[in-house]
Write a protein that binds this ligand. Structure first.
Ligand code: TYD
Ligand code: MG
Length: 463
């Protein structure tokens, strides 16, 4: 049973009954968060009271537990299912985060409509009125399914509806807009978001409802939103993309029921989001020019052929400018330093701009050789031959290190018409690589790899 609120310091755990800007106990600023005080006698609960009989044992031997396969509900979209690890798990809670306006509501409304063909689905709109959701639904040319809609911000009423309807899937759009009347803080505050999510989760677990929460990412860095929930939920998906481009990327950053770093690709169209089944075409510009190199990135379980583009020019500043879009700037600095030291290219006197096509983020070191090739190609104004991909991690000594999943990556490159690959020496392709129609050039160092790729020695000033 609920009583009053308490304010708990997130830094030292001290409790007060009143809000202060600074914790009186440890002195930390802005660390007090409102919580609901539960009137449970902790001595009784912990079994310390000798008057209380010890409770029956509840733990059991791991080996005696039966193994049940995880049931999954298909979301209606293959790209979404892939990121979820095969579909929604009953009783689980998934958080979908992303910037405002990126398309979270659209994605979930489409998915809810599709799921409602087979399951009972409740869509709780806490941000938009029922009419607004209906208008969007009409715009999506939604199929006539039995989707239930509730436009409500009061947590208590949402819980009641969930209990009455017992849906297989419930979507809460968004968790920041829900309000628990027992707390005095405003909707969207840390206390509200956490309390609402915890109450929803308790109910969902009890009645085996798969919950999907929408969470906003704020400019100030996720404050009061998804970050608080990340520990609570079973999976965190982020929906991202360039507001000015039409494609959207869905990723899993945490997933208790599947692999993380899985990528789903969608395209925002006039009638909602469409799946992009063949995303390499999005990241491949297919142009052959100086400064362009092609790599194969690996995202989750899928390979993507991606173009990298570099622009290298003499600097007019005291320290050269280096910017990288879709790749860490530190990584670029490191690759430039290796090229300078081991190939004798005076890159510290040159500006360098690097971009990954299509707004993809390439984090893996397997892209190093491609970055080096794009930089050298722009620096020497040489064009890499068409149909070549480059893969390899660059060591600080200029040596090439093997990359994982090479055969799968090359398979995707061959599928898209590539016929030459420069890879680290000693890379085994294994059974997946058998029968690949590909000229495989193995190099031990970055210099050797670039000579092979370009056909001339880029370290030679007369090339
Ligand atoms: P929305 O799903 O409301 O974003 P979020 O819930 O993440 O805030 O998406 C809003 C944007 O998508 C809006 O700018 C309009 C655009 N959009 C389309 O381009 N096509 C469509 O069919 C729909 C429904 C929205
Ligand atoms: Mg929305």
């Amino acid at each position: 049973m609920r009583t009053a609120s308490v304010y708990v310091c997130q830094s030292c755990g001290a409790k007060t009954s009143q809000f202060f800007g600074r914790c009186a106990s440890c002195g930390t600023w802005n660390s007090l968060v409102e919580q609901v005080a539960h009137s449970t006698d902790s001595r009784r609960r912990n079994g310390l009271d000798p008057a209380v009989e010890p409770a029956a044992r509840r733990s059991m031997a791991m080996a005696s537990l039966g193994d049940q396969p995880v049931r999954r509900l298909a979301s209606g979209y293959d790209e979404l299912d892939r990121v979820l690890g095969g579909g929604l798990v009953p009783g689980s809670m998934v958080l979908v985060g992303g910037d405002p306006g990126i398309g979270k509501s659209t994605l979930l409304l489409q998915s809810a409509t599709a799921m409602a063909l087979q399951h009972s689905v409740l869509y709780v709109s806490a941000e938009e009125s029922a009419q607004q959701v209906k208008l969007r639904w009409l715009r999506l040319e939604g199929i006539a399914s039995d989707l239930q809609l509730l436009a409500e911000t009061d947590l208590e009423l949402v819980l009641q509806e969930l209990e009455a309807l017992r849906p297989a899937v419930a979507i809460i759009d968004s968790i920041q807009a829900l309000h628990d009347g027992a707390l005095s803080s405003a909707p969207g505050s840390v206390a509200q978001v956490r309390e609402c999510a915890a109450a929803l989760q308790r109910l969902a677990k009890r009645q085996d409802t798969a919950l999907v929460l929408v969470g906003h990412v704020t400019k100030e860095g996720m404050l009061a939103g998804p970050k608080v929930l990340e520990h609570l939920v079973d999976a965190v998906l982020t929906f991202e993309g360039d507001r000015f481009a039409s494609h959207r990327l869905l990723r899993a950053v945490k997933n208790r029921f599947g692999a993380t770093h899985e990528l789903g690709v969608f395209e925002m169209q006039g009638k909602g989001l469409a799946e992009v089944g063949n995303p390499s075409e999005l990241f491949l510009k297919g142009e052959s020019a100086s400064g362009v190199a092609t790599i194969v990135a690996f995202e989750g379980t899928r390979s993507l052929v991606v173009d990298l583009q570099a622009l290298v020019g003499v600097t007019s500043y005291a320290s050269p400018r280096r910017t990288a879009t879709g790749l860490g700037t530190n990584r670029l600095h490191q690759i430039l330093a290796v090229l300078e030291k081991h190939m004798g290219l005076p890159l510290s006197r040159y500006d360098c701009y690097l971009a990954v096509a299509g707004g993809l983020e390439v984090e893996e070191p397997a892209a190093d050789l491609g970055v080096a090739a794009a930089v050298v190609s722009s620096y020497r104004d040489l064009t890499l031959p068409k149909g070549t991909v480059l893969l390899g991690e660059l060591g600080l000594g200029g040596q090439l290190r093997p990359v994982g999943q090479l055969a799968q990556r090359l398979k995707e490159a061959v599928r898209l018409g590539f016929h030459r690959a420069v890879v680290p020496r000693g890379s085994g392709l294994g059974p997946i690589g058998e029968g690949l129609e590909l000229e495989l050039l193995e190099a031990a160092s970055v210099t050797e790899a670039l000579v092979m790729a370009l056909g001339v020695d880029p370290a030679d000033d007369d090339c």
